[in-house]
Structure formats: C-alpha cells, structure tokens
Design a protein. Structure first.
Length: 475
C-alpha cells in the first residue's frame, strides 16, 4: 500500500473511470433554466479583484448550478472564484489533494464535502485535527440557518460544532413509477413494503421488470437495500446502524434483506450493465415499472426529458408520466442527502473562503443554486415558488412536515471504507443470493462504524443529538 507505483496505478484507473462517467454525464442536454442576477453592490472590503480556489466535484449537470452561484457572488463582492475539480468518487481523491495543500500551508479557500463521517475523515488526518478547519457555528447564526434549518444543521454538527455548512438537501427515500405501466397493470402506488412486494409480483407475472435498479455504478443497489431497511427498521434503528450500535442479529436486518432479495428478482436482465441514468431512461421509455433513487432523478428528467411530466403521488393527473412517492413504508421520514462546504483554517485566503461559504450557504446562494440543481434549500422559510418542478415544491412541504429525519447510509452517513464494502457486497448479494455472506458483511460494517466514531464523536449538540438518538458513549 505504501508503494508509489501501486498508488499511481490505482489513481490512474480511478481517474479514467470517473472521467468516462463525467463525459457521459456532460453529454446530456444542458438545462434551459436561467437565474436572476442580483443587483451588483461591491463591498467596501473588496476594492480590487481577489481570487480564491474552490474544490468541487460538481462537473456534470450540476456545473450550471454552481456556476450561477459563483457568477452572482463575484458580481456582488468582486471576488473571483476558480473551481478546481479532482476526479474520484465524490471527493475521495480531492481529499488527499486538499490535505497536501494544507500541509504545505496553501490550502484552497473552501471545498465541497459531505457532513458527518466524511468531514470527520478530514479531521482525523488534518495537520492540526479539528483546529485545521474554521468552526462555522457563528456563520450559521448570522445567516439564520440555526433557526430555519435546525434538523439539517444538527446533521452537520459534530459534538455541537459546525465544520461544514449545508448548501442544499436531496431526499433519498423516493420511488419513481411509470404511470402508464402502472395503469396497464391495474395497480396503485404502494404505501407499504407488503404492497410493493405484491405490486412487483403482479408486474413479474405480466412479464414487466418491476424495479429498474442499476448495477454498473453500484450505488442504486445499496440505495434500494437502505430504503427497505429504513421501512423495516424505522428511523431510530436506522440511525443506530450509522453509529454501528445496532446489534448485528437485530431482526430488522434479516427482514429487510429477505424483502430486498425478493425485490431483486424483479430487476431487468440487463441490470448489471445499467447505470442510474440508463435506468431512468428505461423508466421514462416504459421498459419497467419503477426506479428507487434520490431526487437527483428529478433534475435529470427535468433537464433531459422536458416532455415528461412528473407529479407527486398525492396529486396525480391524467397526463402524468412519472409518479414520485416516498419509498413504501417510509412516509413521513425525510432521508437526507446533504451537500456542504468547509473552509481550511490559517490559509492566506481563509477569510475570503468564509465570505464565499457564508454567501453560498445563505438564503440568497441557496435560492440560486437549488432550483438549478434539482434539490431544495435547507431554509424552511424560502418560498417554494422559486422551484421549477412540482416535485421540488412538493418536497418542500414533505421536508417541513417530516416526522423524522435520518441521514442516508449510501450518501454520506457511513465512513468510506464501510460504504465501499457494503456497496460492493450488495452487488454480490443480488448476483448470488447468499444472504449468509451479506449478514457477515453487515456484522463487519457495524463493528467498523462503531470503532471509527472512536467513542468520542457524535452528530448534533450536547443534549440535542441528531435524530434524537444519543450514542452510548455520550454522557
């Protein structure tokens, strides 16, 4: 592992794979949305042009959203922002580049990161630990995030401190259903796991693939298991899994895996070759009944298939093509996927980085970013009318009225080693049906998760743990 030659080969393979993916994504039709540029009002603190570097992995359709934020920020402040993209697994490779720059005393002004374990992974190896990053609680108060997005900010807090500010939220626990296929089957939108299994049985009997999941990029397979587990276990045990405190023999693990394997039998024959964009294309074309994924699918459909009408399950119209609903059994739960930004401390552009993050994470920046990104802002008082799709506007109500919030295991709540292990083994589970191997993997994953929290860290603040669950090491 210490050989630079081996590391170089691995890095090259990663870059080739990710560049291929990005090229495929970037070849899609760009969005036609425009943003309203706010009035130019350069501040007195930036009389001359200044330039900062922002590390990000937004390089596909998302680039239009981040470019709009940067453009408006520059017009308002006079500060130029140079994006730097390092290919590799949602920031995995970027982390090493950023840490090397920090070690050399010239870190970027700001960088993209996920809250929770991913931010902790930076803290664990940074030159000065948590002191290597700006603590942003005061900024959160200044931009009213503490009052208007308490649940999301709790997910981004570590022991009561904030080292990464959220700029949006996606929702992971969604199912996308082709209405025309559903009508032909004579079925209804399922509200429970039992109803989903019964509907998929009906689809299979009619020779229709029920769930169009994607094996090529792996994550939608683990994503499906995660949503089945959330429905079977409930929010509290779901959060316990995140901390590794759920017993490996908990009945919910077996129940969710058995249901998952039943659903996996309804995948299309070409599932190993599909990526998530291909699965969505097949859903739109009516080649299957449904696709389980996050609401980034909304942005993809809106921008690439403008003729396709999406509607929430609570307001289905005759001309609707794709119905969007909470994953069966998870109604009232908001499974958060959070993009955030952080600022290295002690660098020559640290203060400018704080200014950029304050703008980006603030109401104005999020109001520009999220309509284009396909996500929603964390602020509960932002008018839903800013969003171009009915699904985003529906999601605002779902977010505001949620009874529970959890943090997606597939998209940020797991440490990277555990995430990679589960994602790879979920593919093996579908291919082999070997539940015994999967249970062994789950046991190892839970033990590793618990150890990586180091009996020290937790999400939330003293007396206010995220999701209401306080891990046993917190006194």
């Amino acid at each position: 592992m210490k050989s630079t030659q081996v590391v170089g080969i691995i890095a090259a393979l990663v870059v080739v794979a990710v560049v291929a993916y990005l090229l495929g994504t970037m070849s899609q039709k760009p969005p036609t949305l425009t943003t309203t540029t706010p009035p130019t009002s350069p501040t007195a603190t930036t009389p001359s042009a200044k330039k900062i570097t922002f590390y990000t992995w937004w390089a596909g359709l998302e680039r239009f959203a981040i470019d709009a934020v940067i453009g408006n920020f520059t017009k308002k402040t006079g500060i130029q922002v140079e994006k730097t993209a390092v290919p590799g697994g949602a920031g995995v490779n970027a982390k090493f580049a950023i840490l090397a720059l920090m070690q050399a005393g010239s870190p970027p002004a700001a960088f993209q990161v996920h809250c929770g374990p991913e931010m902790l992974s930076y803290i664990y190896v940074a030159p000065k630990g948590e002191a290597s990053f700006v603590e942003l609680s005061q900024v959160a108060r200044e931009i009213d995030m503490s009052a208007q997005a308490a649940d999301v900010l709790s997910a981004c807090s570590l022991n009561g401190k904030v080292y990464a500010l959220p700029v949006n939220i996606h929702r992971a626990n969604l199912i996308f259903i082709n209405k025309q296929v559903l009508d032909k089957l004579g079925g209804n939108v399922p509200a429970s796991l039992d109803e989903l299994v019964a509907l998929c049985g009906k689809a299979s009997a009619a020779g229709v693939p029920c769930l169009l999941q994607a094996g090529a990029d792996q994550f939608t397979i683990l994503h499906l298991w995660e949503q089945v587990f959330l429905a079977a276990a409930g929010p509290q045990k779901f959060i316990m899994f995140m901390y590794g405190t759920l017993p490996p023999d908990d009945p919910s693990l077996r129940q969710s895996t058995e249901i998952f394997l039943t659903l996996a039998k309804t995948f299309p024959a070409n599932w190993p070759a599909l990526d998530w964009t291909g699965a969505v294309a097949d859903l739109v074309a009516g080649k299957g009944l449904a696709h389980v994924d996050g609401d980034w699918v909304v942005g993809l459909i809106y921008n690439v298939y403008p003729q396709v009408k999406m509607c929430p399950y609570s307001a289905v119209t005759p001309d609707c093509n794709i119905i969007v609903a909470p994953f069966p059994g998870t109604g009232g739960v908001y499974n958060l996927v959070i993009d955030s930004v952080a600022v290295p401390a002690g660098g020559p552009t640290t203060q400018l980085g704080v200014e950029f993050v304050k703008y980006f994470a603030g109401p104005e920046g999020q109001s520009i970013f999220n309509p284009l990104k396909g996500s929603i802002a964390v602020y509960k008082n932002i008018d839903p009318a800013i969003y171009p799709t009915s699904i985003q506007r529906w999601e605002v109500g779902e977010y505001r009225n949620a009874k529970a919030y959890v943090f997606s295991l597939t998209h940020g709540a797991l440490f990277s080693d555990v995430w990679q292990m589960l994602m790879q083994q979920s593919i093996v589970l579908v291919q082999t049906g070997r539940a015994d191997l999967w249970y062994d993997t789950l046991s190892k994953a839970l033990a590793t998760e618990r150890s990586l929290w180091k009996d020290t860290w937790y999400m939330g603040a003293p007396g206010k743990p995220f999701g209401g669950y306080q891990p046993p090491w917190v006194k």
